[in-house]
Design a protein around this ligand. Structure first.
Ligand code: NAG
Ligand code: NAG
Ligand code: NAG
Ligand code: NAG
Ligand code: NAG
Ligand code: NAG
Ligand code: NAG
Ligand code: NAG
Ligand code: NAG
Ligand code: NAG
Ligand code: NAG
Ligand code: CU
Length: 622
């Protein structure tokens, strides 16, 4: 006989259980960061950054709504570090964002730092160190936010994470001294020795016929972008950088550094053969291609472990013949509309040029990002009502103050012949415009003799009604893009090229978003200041650590001086390489630099293309 009370109790219990299982939980990771030895490409043993004695590093996994706590102990002994959780908005917790000298002090050896924030987002992310250049030493891994309510949750049987990266045999600390120096005036980026999928090579993903898999692809490269396809399989894109998109059929993807795609792949019904998963490095980004560098790699969808694992048969001659899916055409599943016209437009021109020490730097509008003496967030917190005055952050942090809830456009013109994946911390932005589009002529502009395509606000294709959103967007060689976001997340947010070498050359700037609201809403835990004390870094004052007069920037860190007028990279190249020794060259430069010739900024972009920007032929001549 039915017992109404019992039924009610049962239902209550079920409800309670439901609430409990939905309740956000705290997920805690203890990371003891130390050096370990690894050899993922089978070619070379090297020191890498391990966590709790392991490498590959642990994948962080949380459910949407969870509180994530990462207790990090720096056991490296010889290097400061920090962690950035790439793509996490850190809404209200800007101080947990991770970039050294932006939102925290570098964590010195022997010290700890606790990252603690709420994850109210879904999708595919990653974490990596963010202190000087560091993550090419292996300090990077996936961060997955599980969401049982995603619209595609019932459309797949199983999921796999696949990270893709370039791999160096040399420690960053040994590469760095040779990179930004007189000996490398063209700024030729270090060439990786291999490319890894999931921190290894020759991976087979065991699959079952007829099943559908969710593959989360994450590009954790430091430099080189890769094309991705699976022989004889198409797939559906369902997520980019944590934003669900309407399923879009595709066969080839281009993953810039730091970008993520989730794709659904349905297996064939037969188990006769295994299919190559092919990654091809974008060789256009490489200044020279060493003869022993393998650019394309085969991994497999393994239907049958006993069948052959064939190498991919390349159907194109070079990577630039692959036409990837254009991410700007994706439509977010939540149908967020095009934001209203911007209240503020930040215009940025990218350029690479040599400074007075003969080394190559990267610039947004003539400014090469140079670390301040006080982490910029702490300048905001200690500056009272002067926080809205961009001057206090110093000229060389390239800080722009955004008003709370302003609509902001970033118009970026790439005066460089390389492509650059730009990342904004704290936000997703809408993709409004990009040219040239992927296709046959994409790389035509990558030539120094082709003038850059400059964005024309009065003559462009209509913006999409439901623009795709992501946190990292690739600027094409000599091309441009326009992105838009709402300044609804008070904080100091880094906007920078995610090619670690280019960030080291200064390709970054800061958005000081709603500083007054930051002061009202945020408190910095005392432990964060302990880190500064241990690091010997000031945590009050303007960019020059002046606490008395925030408008007095004397003593601020500056970028290296401009080259004297008429002095060009070509001259330096010719000089360095025709001189008997680099030492002679250096002596000449210091002599030349000391003669008191007026330094001069490049007059116009055009002149700079001609003058100090490295051209392809110069790069190749190295
Ligand atoms: C970290 O690991 C190193 C090496 O295993 C060990 O010596 C050290 O005690 C550990 N530190 C912490 C705080 O766990
Ligand atoms: C991957 O396979 C290739 C070709 O069979 C082989 O030369 C290479 O050593 C393998 N690499 C690793 C890390 O197993
Ligand atoms: C993390 O932050 C939450 C919310 O501010 C707080 O309640 C909790 O105690 C913190 N946990 C740790 C380990 O610091
Ligand atoms: C996050 O997931 C929820 C539930 O699946 C969905 O409604 C929301 O649109 C997702 N957010 C984004 C940015 O895709
Ligand atoms: C790739 O590596 C991650 C993390 O180590 C692991 O969870 C995942 O299963 C691997 N994927 C495949 C296809 O082996
Ligand atoms: C990762 O990004 C780099 C730089 O944009 C790119 O060269 C490389 O091809 C990307 N990797 C993949 C697998 O797409
Ligand atoms: C596999 O078989 C199922 C059921 O017979 C069919 O619906 C599906 O289209 C087949 N898939 C392929 C890729 O042939
Ligand atoms: C793929 O690699 C092979 C061997 O390294 C090479 O011969 C071929 O040209 C490469 N193809 C592409 C498209 O890079
Ligand atoms: C770079 O500096 C020159 C000389 O001061 C100036 O004319 C030019 O407008 C600057 N370019 C940008 C984008 O600010
Ligand atoms: C800013 O703060 C200073 C010191 O608290 C005060 O003297 C000054 O009047 C304030 N200025 C404005 C414009 O509010
Ligand atoms: C941050 O949180 C506020 C509400 O507290 C919300 O209005 C805003 O949209 C959020 N911004 C982001 C980028 O998550
Ligand atoms: Cu770049």
């Amino acid at each position: 006989m039915a017992n109404p009370l019992g039924g009610l109790l049962l239902r209550l219990a079920a409800l309670l259980f439901f609430f409990r299982s939905c309740q956000a939980k705290t997920v805690t990771y203890d990371f003891n960061v130390t050096w370990v030895i690894a050899n993922p490409d089978g070619l070379f043993d090297r020191k890498v950054v391990g966590i709790n004695g392991q490498w590959p590093l642990p994948t962080i996994e949380v459910d949407k709504g969870d509180q994530l706590v990462v207790n990090m102990y720096n056991g490296l002994g010889d290097k400061s570090t920090s962690i950035h959780f790439h793509g996490m908005f850190q809404n209200g917790t800007n101080n947990m964002d991770g970039p050294s000298m932006v939102t925290q002090c570098p964590i010195p050896p022997g010290n700890s730092f606790t990252y603690n924030f709420t994850v109210n987002q879904n999708g595919t992310y990653w974490y990596h160190c963010h202190t000087d250049y560091c993550y090419p030493d292996g300090y990077r891994q996936a961060l997955i936010v599980h969401d049982t309510e995603s619209y595609f949750h019932d459309m797949y049987d199983e999921e796999f994470v696949l990270t893709m990266s370039d791999w160096y045999h040399t420690l960053v600390e040994d590469i760095a001294p040779h990179f930004i120096t007189l000996a490398n005036p063209t700024g030729a980026e270090p060439i990786p020795q291999a490319f890894l999928v999931n921190d290894t090579m020759n991976t087979s993903i065991p699959v079952k016929p007829g099943k559908t898999y969710l593959l989360r692809l994450i590009n954790v490269s430091a430099f080189v972008a890769q094309y991705f396809y699976i022989e004889d399989h198409t797939f559906k894109i369902v997520e980019i950088d944590g934003v669900y998109v309407d399923a879009a059929e595709a066969d080839t993807l281009y993953l810039g550094v730091a970008q993520r795609y989730s794709i659904l792949v349905t297996m064939k019904n037969s188990t006769e053969k295994n299919y190559p998963i092919v990654t091809v490095a974008d060789s256009v980004l490489l200044d020279v291609i060493p003869s022993d560098l393998q650019l394309n790699y085969t991994n497999w969808l393994e239907y049958n472990a006993d069948a052959a694992h064939p190498q991919a048969v390349m159907t194109v001659d070079t990577s630039s013949d692959l036409v990837p899916f254009d991410d700007i055409t994706l439509v977010p599943h939540d149908r967020m509309e095009l934001l209203p016209d911007a209240d503020l437009t930040v215009e940025l021109t990218v350029m690479m040029a040599d400074l007075d020490n003969g080394a190559s730097y990267a610039f947004f509008n003539n400014i090469s990002y140079t670390k301040p003496k006080v982490p910029t967030l702490y300048t905001v917190m200690s500056s009272g009502n002067l926080s809205t005055n961009a001057e206090i952050y110093g000229e060389f942090t390239h800080s722009v103050v955004l008003g709370h809830n302003q609509i902001v456009d970033v118009v970026l013109n790439n005066g460089d012949t390389g492509s650059h994946p730009f990342h904004l911390h704290g936000h997703n932005f809408q993709l409004l415009h990009r040219e040239p589009s992927y296709g046959a002529h994409f790389y035509d502009y990558a030539s120094a003799s082709t003038p850059p395509l400059t964005y024309d606000p009065s003559d462009h294709a209509a913006f999409p009604p439901y623009p795709a959103r992501r946190d990292t967007f690739v600027a094409p060689p000599h091309g441009n893009f326009v992105i838009r976001f709402v300044a609804d997340n008070p904080g100091v947010w880094f906007f920078h090229c995610h090619i670690d070498w280019h960030l080291a050359q200064g390709l970054g700037m800061l958005m000081i978003e709603a500083p007054t609201q930051m002061q009202e809403r945020m408190t910095i835990p005392e432990g964060a200041y302990d880190t500064c004390r241990a690091a010997g870094v000031a945590y009050e004052g303007n960019a020059a650590a002046n606490t008395e007069d925030f408008l007095d920037l004397s003593g601020q860190n500056k970028q290296v001086a401009w080259l004297p007028a008429g002095f060009t990279a070509k001259g330096i190249v010719a000089m360095v390489f025709s001189c008997v020794s680099a030492f002679l060259g250096m002596a000449f430069i210091s002599f030349y630099g000391a003669t008191g010739i007026q330094s001069k900024k490049p007059e116009a972009e055009g002149e700079n293309q001609e003058g100090s920007a490295p051209t392809d032929s110069q790069r190749l001549s190295l």
